[in-house]
Design a protein. Structure first.
Length: 173
C-alpha cells in the first residue's frame, strides 16, 4: 500500500521545510487511516440497514454473549473507548430498547448493562454479515494473514506502551 500522491507530497514538503522533523510516522498513520476508511466503507451499508452506528455495534457485539451484566466503565476499559463515548452510546441504545440498566447492588451510582432480545436479534443479523465483509477484504492475504496479524499486534502494543508519553488534550474543569 503506497501513500496517496497528496500524502506523499505533504510528507516531502514537511521534510523539506523542516529538515530536523521526522516525518516518517506520517506514512504509518496514513496507512492505518486508509485501512480504517476501507473497513468503514465495507460496513457502512450493513449498519445503515439496521439503523446502527459503528459505536453501537462495537458495544452490542461483546454484550451479545456475556453471561453476566457489566458496567459502562468496564466496557469502556475493555473496548478502548472513552467513558463519555460509552455513556452516550448506551443512552441511545437504552432509548431504542436495545439494553437494560439495573442498579449495581454494591454501588447504586453504577448500573449493570444487559442486552435485550431485540438487540440480540439485530446483532445476530448484522454481525455475521460484517464478518463476511471483513473476510472478503482480507481474502487476498492468504498465508500472510498470520504475519500481518503478528505485525499489527506489535504495532498496537508499541503504540499503547508509548501512549502515556503522548501529549494529552487539554480538558476543561
Amino acid at each position: 500500500m503506497a501513500l496517496s500522491f497528496l500524502q506523499e507530497r505533504a510528507q516531502e514538503s514537511w521534510s523539506a521545510g523542516n529538515p530536523d522533523l521526522d516525518t516518517s510516522p506520517m506514512a504509518v498513520v496514513a496507512l492505518i487511516n486508509r485501512i480504517a476508511a476501507v473497513l468503514e466503507q465495507a460496513t457502512e451499508q450493513l449498519y445503515d440497514s439496521a439503523a446502527l452506528t459503528p459505536a453501537e455495534v462495537k458495544l452490542l457485539v461483546p454484550l451479545r454473549h456475556l453471561e453476566e451484566p457489566v458496567t459502562a466503565a468496564y466496557l469502556a476499559a475493555q473496548l478502548g473507548m472513552s467513558r463519555a463515548g460509552v455513556s452516550k452510546t448506551l443512552a441511545k441504545l437504552d432509548r431504542r430498547g436495545f439494553i437494560t440498566r439495573t442498579a449495581k447492588p454494591a454501588d447504586r451510582r453504577a448500573t449493570h448493562i444487559s442486552i435485550t432480545p431485540e438487540a440480540e436479534r439485530t446483532i445476530d443479523d448484522v454481525f455475521p454479515r460484517e464478518l463476511d465483509a471483513h473476510a472478503r477484504l482480507l481474502a487476498g492475504l492468504g498465508q500472510e494473514r498470520d504475519a500481518v496479524l503478528t505485525a499489527l499486534h506489535r504495532l498496537a502494543d508499541t503504540m499503547e506502551s508509548h501512549a502515556s508519553d503522548a501529549p494529552r488534550r487539554a480538558t476543561s474543569t
